[in-house]
Design a protein around this ligand. Structure first.
Ligand SMILES: Cc1ncc(COP(=O)(O)O)c(C=O)c1O
Length: 379
C-alpha cells in the first residue's frame, strides 16, 4: 500500500531548502579555527546585528550554545544558574551545565505559559552573604517555550524580570540573563515585534537555525564582544571548533533571509489543525485554542484508556478501512501522520517550512478520522 508521510514530530526534521543547497555548494570557506571562514563571519555578524548585540558565534547546536552561555556567565566556582523546571536546559541537555561546566542548576517552576513567578525568583536568587550557599550568576528564559507548547513569553514578563535582576543588591555581582531562543524568531513572528526588542535586556541569546528555520545544522550565540570572545575560546575546548563550516553557515544565511519571513505561515497551519480538532468537540482528544501561540500544538488526551504514545502509534499506521473511507491523498495513498508524545497526556505536533497547505489538510483528515474512531469507541 502506498502512503504519504506527514512528519510533525518536530521542526528539527525540517529539510534544507533548494536555495540553501545551492548557496552551500557555492559558499566561500576557510579554516574557521584560524578565523578565516568569511561565510561564518558573515553569519555571525549579521545575526548579532539582527539582535542588536555586539558579536555572534556559530556553534554546532543549541545545546552547545546554551552550555557556553552557562560556562561564560557562571565562571566563578560555586556558581548557580536558575532555569525553568520545564526548560530544555534542565530537561534535555543531559545536565551538561553540571557535569561539563561544574555549574549547579537550580530550577524554578514553569507556569503553563512558560514564565515563572518573579516573586519566587527573588527568593531563589542567592547573593553570597551566607557562605553555605552557591551564588546565583545567571537566570535563563526559554522563548518560545517548547515543552509548554510553543508559548511566546510576554514582553511585560521579560521587562519585569530584567528590572528585578538589575535591582541594586540582588546578587553579589551582576546576574546575567540568558535566553534559550531556539525558536526566538517564532516568538517575534507571533508578537509582530523584532527579536532585538524581545532580547533587549538579555546578555546572551542562543538562536537555532536548524529547527523551524530549516537549516541542516547550527545555532548562533550572540552577546557582547567580551562574552563572545570567552565563548569562542571555550567552544574549542568542547570540540566545537569547526573548519570549513561556511558550507553550513551559508544555509543559515538563507534561513535568516528567506525562511524567517515565512514563519507566520507555520503558525497559521498550527492554528488550522488546532481549530479542526477543536471543531470535533471530542471528549477524548482536546485542544485549548487559547494556548496555541506559534508552531507547536499540544493535543490533550482525556481518555484514561489512551496514552499519547498509543495515539501517536495509531496515527502512524494506515488501516485498510481508512483507504475505503477516503482518508488518502489525491492519488489514493494512505496517510501516515507522525507525531510525538510529550508525556502520557499530551501529544505534540510541530509545524515547519516544508509542511505545505496540502500536507496540513492531510494531517487534518487523518486526525479527524482517528479521533472520530476513538469517539465511536469511547463516547
Ligand atoms: C528550546 C530548545 N532549546 C535548545 C534545544 C537544543 O538544540 P539542539 O538540538 O540543536 O542541541 C532545543 C532542541 O530541540 C530546544 O527545543
Amino acid at each position: 500500500m502506498s502512503t504519504t508521510v506527514v512528519d510533525l514530530r518536530s521542526d528539527t526534521v525540517s529539510q534544507p531548502t533548494a536555495e540553501m543547497r545551492t548557496r552551500m555548494a557555492q559558499a566561500v570557506v576557510g579554516d574557521d579555527v584560524y578565523g578565516e571562514d568569511p561565510t561564518i563571519k558573515e553569519l555571525e555578524t549579521r545575526t548579532a546585528a539582527i539582535f542588536g548585540k555586539e558579536a555572534g558565534l556559530f556553534v554546532p547546536s543549541g545545546t552547545m550554545g546554551n552550555l557556553l552561555a552557562v560556562m561564560v556567565h557562571c565562571h566563578r566556582r560555586g556558581a548557580e544558574a536558575i532555569v525553568g523546571d520545564l526548560s530544555h536546559i534542565f530537561l534535555y541537555e543531559q545536565g551538561g551545565a553540571s557535569h561539563l561546566a561544574g555549574v549547579q542548576l537550580a530550577t524554578i517552576r514553569n507556569q503553563p505559559d512558560g514564565t515563572f513567578s518573579l516573586k519566587e525568583l527573588r527568593h531563589k536568587i542567592r547573593n553570597y552573604r551566607d557562605c553555605h550557599e552557591p551564588v546565583t550568576a545567571m537566570v535563563a528564559v526559554e522563548n518560545t517555550h517548547n515543552i509548554c507548547g510553543g508559548k511566546v513569553i510576554p514582553l511585560a514578563f521579560l521587562d519585569e524580570l530584567a528590572t528585578l535582576v538589575r535591582e541594586p543588591g540582588v546578587g553579589i555581582s551582576r546576574i546575567a540573563l540568558h535566553m534559550d531562543g531556539a525558536r526566538i524568531f517564532n516568538a517575534a513572528a507571533a508578537l509582530g515585534v523584532s527579536v532585538e526588542r524581545i532580547t533587549r535586556d538579555f546578555d546572551s541569546v542562543s538562536v537555532c537555525l536548524s529547527k523551524g528555520l530549516s537549516a541542516p545544522v547550527g545555532s548562533v550565540l550572540v552577546g557582547s564582544k567580551v562574552f563572545i570572545a570567552e565563548a569562542h575560546r571555550l567552544r574549542k575546548a568542547l570540540g566545537g571548533g569547526m573548519r570549513q563550516a561556511g558550507i553550513l553557515a551559508a544555509a543559515g544565511l538563507v534561513a535568516l533571509e528567506q525562511v524567517v519571513p515565512l514563519l507566520g505561515k507555520d503558525h497559521e497551519h498550527t492554528k488550522r489543525i488546532a481549530e479542526a480538532v477543536d471543531k470535533l468537540r471530542s471528549p477524548n482528544i482536546v485542544v485549548d485554542l487559547s494556548t496555541v501561540h506559534s508552531n507547536i500544538l499540544l493535543l490533550e488526551i482525556k481518555q484514561a484508556k489512551l496514552t499519547a504514545d498509543k495515539f501517536a502509534e495509531r496515527l502512524a499506521i494506515v488501516e485498510p478501512e481508512e483507504i475505503a473511507a477516503g482518508v488518502t491523498d489525491a492519488k489514493g495513498a494512505g496517510i501516515v501522520l507522525k507525531a510525538s508524545a510529550r508525556d502520557w497526556e499530551f501529544m505534540r505536533l510541530v509545524l515547519y517550512h516544508q509542511v505545505t497547505d496540502e500536507l496540513v489538510e492531510l494531517a487534518i483528515k487523518k486526525l479527524t478520522y482517528v479521533i472520530k474512531q476513538y469517539d465511536a469507541r469511547w463516547s
